[in-house]
Design a protein around this ligand. Structure first.
Ligand code: LRH
Ligand code: MN
Ligand code: MN
Length: 430
């Protein structure tokens, strides 16, 4: 039986107070869209069918490399993280899956963990491996690399960990393994750039061979950090080369914060899709580097343009387009539940706006080299305030019209501050 964490009656009560205003806004937007030949119901149905996974690690205050400032009531284990993720989903109705990270989320009984998640209305999404940190008691250190280390015993340990993650994922009902490694160098000459990539391919192919037939291996690239001179899987070029070398189950995962400044990420999406290698996304926002800021907080237009390409891609391959969409953020100054609610809303809004693009007009303008009309077609969709569509879809699914207000009214964090173990100070995660 599903037992959601918040009082559904309280959510309904709050919604009731806002329902008339929402109906009014929704009707007005419906008339506006009808004049553009768009049925608002079709967009609302699209929104209702869209979801994004949330990261188990996003439920805690991540901090930075320098410090972590915990908040009272922060989750300290996967069970508490799942409960917080269930709050996000109950209110937003857009985040029904959690992406776990191992060994951070290690437990002794994964069948029980899956049941626990199901009882909260959640499932599991891509499993993330971690060979970028040493764990207490681990026989070999990753200080000189993991899947690309010179030392064969280190590589084997990293391979075995990834294979163990697949096994855990099977028990949790996941079907993707996301592999991000921090391997690289801080000095020119430190490593042979070609041989380290060869070692990656060799190790990754052993993980690939352990993948069940219906699984994908999502290769996540990142330009720099923790390596500051060269990173082995630094960009989408290295990622797609590895994915092509490994085989059809290997795909590329795009984390929005993992690129050089000003890189055209939407174009990367189009390229990866064209060659059947677009596997997934880590949504977040960034101003300088891998900032892991809340999705849509810095560059919502880029988010829209990414979704515009995703929808083009989906229309080109109906039925065979299922990238894994996930949030990957670190919350340093906000309540993570509020950040994840706000981010999910930004992501769904970008998706809804991309659905509004008049594709026929766009393609015609492109055909005619009518640059301004092509641009205006995107502009018109981007400028539309889709908030009433999102709120309606949420409320219809049992979520909250104003999800952050409902979260605050629930008193969840204060209650957890009484019940949960206090988190100590310390450094954050990467
Ligand atoms: C690396 C990364 C990767 C990790 C997560 C914690 O920067 O984006 O996805 O698994 O952060
Ligand atoms: Mn990531
Ligand atoms: Mn990152």
């Amino acid at each position: 039986m599903t037992e959601l964490p918040l009082s559904q009656d309280q959510i309904e009560e709050l919604n009731a107070a806002q329902a008339d205003a929402l109906d009014d806004d929704y009707a007005s937007l419906g008339r506006q869209l009808a004049r553009r030949g768009i049925a608002i119901k079709a967009i609302r149905d699209g929104v209702a069918g869209f979801s994004v996974a949330i990261p188990s690690w996003g439920a805690g205050r991540g901090g930075t490399r320098f410090a972590k400032f915990p908040i009272a009531g922060e989750p300290t284990n996967i069970h508490e993280k799942l409960a917080d993720c269930a709050v996000v989903n109950q209110l937003s109705r857009a985040t029904p899956r959690v992406s776990p990270h191992f060994p951070w989320d290690k437990v002794s009984d994964y069948a029980a963990l899956r049941e626990e998640a199901e009882s909260l209305g959640l499932g599991f999404d891509a499993v993330n491996s971690n060979t970028f940190q040493d764990q207490p008691g681990q026989p070999h250190s990753y200080a000189a690399g993991s899947l690309t280390a010179n030392d064969v015993a280190v590589r084997q340990q990293a391979i075995d960990h990834n294979i163990e993650c697949i096994e855990i994922g099977r028990q949790l009902g996941a079907r993707d393994l996301t592999v991000w490694i921090g391997d690289g160098t801080n000095f020119p000459g430190q490593q042979d750039l070609t041989r380290s990539f060869d070692r990656y391919l060799d190790s990754a192919s052993q993980i690939y061979r352990a993948l069940p037939d219906d699984w994908r291996m999502l290769i996540e690239h990142k330009l720099f950090e923790p390596a500051f001179y060269s990173t082995v899987i630094s960009d989408w070029g290295s990622s797609i080369l590895a994915a092509q070398e490994l085989g059809p189950k290997a795909k590329c995962l795009v984390d929005l914060g993992h690129h050089a400044p000003n890189v055209n990420i939407e174009q990367i999406v189009a390229r990866l899709h064209r060659f059947g290698k677009l596997g997934g996304f880590h949504f977040n926002d960034s101003k300088y580097g891998d900032d892991d800021l809340d999705s849509g907080s810095i560059n919502p237009h880029q988010l829209f343009l990414v979704f515009n390409e995703l929808i083009e891609a989906e229309r080109n391959n109906p039925g065979d387009f299922a990238p894994a969409y996930m949030i990957d953020q670190s919350h340093n100054v906000t309540d993570p539940i509020e950040s994840m609610i706000a981010s999910a809303e930004s992501i769904v809004a970008a998706y809804a706006k991309a659905l509004l693009v008049d594709r026929a007009a766009l393609h015609l303008a492109q055909e005619r080299n009518d640059t301004m009309m092509a641009f205006q077609t995107l502009r018109q969709a981007y400028r539309t305030d889709v908030t009433p569509i999102l709120a309606k879809a949420r409320a219809e699914a049992g979520g909250a019209i104003d999800a952050i207000a409902a979260y605050r009214a629930s008193g969840w964090r204060d209650r957890k501050a009484q019940e949960r173990t206090k988190v100590g100070l310390g450094a954050g995660i990467v």
